[in-house]
Design a protein around this ligand. Structure first.
Ligand code: NAD
Ligand code: MG
Ligand code: MG
Ligand code: MG
Ligand code: MG
Length: 333
């Protein structure tokens, strides 16, 4: 099933230009969306609490800042770009009462809609425009006349024009310059959670740690183990990013390539894949979302415990020391 792609010519910018847009939040995504919407000729206001430290930044960058409730009251398109675990609270306190039939509620990730933490009224369009990159890249690409590919979805099409409006919004932040892929809230949310847990964040961290510990426990120096199991990973991932597994294998030695074929499947085994399927099941049935929200509302006790344990891990203390030797890496910390 190939994805459906949409470009600049498929999107009508005037749809979003005729609306009043509120961007709630001014973090990674919020700042990029608000500034690029403004530069695309859209009437945009940023919604931030009185106490928010981001207020000054948004105002310095020429945006009008009001409270989230004022922004929602003024606007007929409301993009929620506050952290996922606080979106339901912001929605209840500042957005819900200001929604009128024909308004549109926008998201950058489907979590709260997919798992029912936010339940918008029937008369409102519910859309998603999610750039496939961090906000700072989204903004930089826009300014350079390019764009970051986006995915777009409609959960509820009350007006009959929800997808066209989502494409118009995506055009205003540069997304249709690169290409917009149509998805659903369910597909985006479930694949995003699975990817970050099983492969990108969870899988990669666990793999690096286990490899590092194996070498150190066998008596090798932690500094050498750090280079072999963490530092060099970037070179490998860069090659995969540029040209898939094929380019990575073309670039490494034949010995490394042979080791890849014979050892990889001994590390990520059928049992690992069976566990991945269990993880996916717990994402799909809402278990993960329910437990995460419970942890967040309890004040993040386990989250902080896990964070602390890894901060004190020899992998991390070794890395801190070694990165100081590499000026080009250390600069970024
Ligand atoms: P962020 O943490 O960078 O920024 C959140 C912003 O919300 C901050 O400006 C913060 O001050 C503000 N905020 C916090 N509590 C608030 C409240 N109660 N009322 C109003 N504002 C409040 O968040 P982000 O990474 O930009 O994520 C926003 C959304 O975009 C999320 O749904 C996320 O899943 C999605 N998303 C993020 C990325 C990414 O690369 N960061 C990519 C795609 C989608
Ligand atoms: Mg309104
Ligand atoms: Mg993702
Ligand atoms: Mg995510
Ligand atoms: Mg080597």
């Amino acid at each position: 099933m190939a994805a459906e792609l949409f470009y600049d010519n498929d999107a009508d910018l005037s749809l979003i230009q005729r609306r009043k847009v509120a961007v709630l939040g001014y973090g990674s995504q919020g700042h990029a969306h608000a500034l690029s919407l403004r530069d695309s000729g859209v009437d945009v206001r940023v919604g931030l609490p009185e106490a928010s430290t981001s207020r000054v930044k948004a105002e310095e960058q020429g945006l009008r800042v009001v409270t989230p409730a004022e922004a929602a009251a003024e606007a007929d398109v409301i993009m929620i770009l506050v952290p996922d675990p606080v979106q339901a609270k912001v929605y209840e306190e500042s957005v819900k009462e200001h929604l009128k039939d024909g308004d549109a509620l926008f998201f950058g990730h489907g979590f709260n809609i997919r798992f029912g933490f936010i339940k918008p009224p029937a008369g409102v369009d519910v859309c998603m425009v999610a750039p496939k990159g961090p906000g700072h890249l989204v903004r930089r690409q826009y300014e350079e006349g390019r764009g970051v590919p986006c995915i777009a979805a409609v959960e509820q099409d009350a007006t009959g024009g929800a997808f066209a409006l989502a494409l118009s919004y995506a055009k205003a932040i540069g997304g249709t310059r690169a290409g917009v892929i149509k998805t659903t809230f369910t597909e985006e949310t479930e694949t995003d959670l699975f990817g970050e847990q099983a492969v990108l964040c969870g899988g990669a961290s666990a793999l690096v740690k286990a490899g590092f510990e194996t070498l150190v426990e066998a008596g090798y120096q932690p500094e050498i183990a750090y280079f072999e199991c963490l530092h060099e990973l970037k070179l490998i991932v860069d090659l995969m990013y540029e040209g898939g597994l094929e380019k990575m294998r073309w670039s490494v030695s034949e010995t490394a390539e042979w080791g890849d074929y014979v050892t990889g499947p001994r590390i990520v085994t059928d049992a690992t894949k069976a566990e991945m399927k269990k993880v996916l099941g717990e994402i799909q049935d809402g278990t993960f979302a329910k437990n995460w929200m419970k942890e967040y509302e309890a004040g993040l006790p386990k989250y902080n415990e896990y964070k602390k344990a890894d901060e004190d891990h020899l992998l991390e203390t070794t890395g801190k020391k070694l990165r100081k030797l590499m000026s080009w890496v250390d600069d970024k910390e």
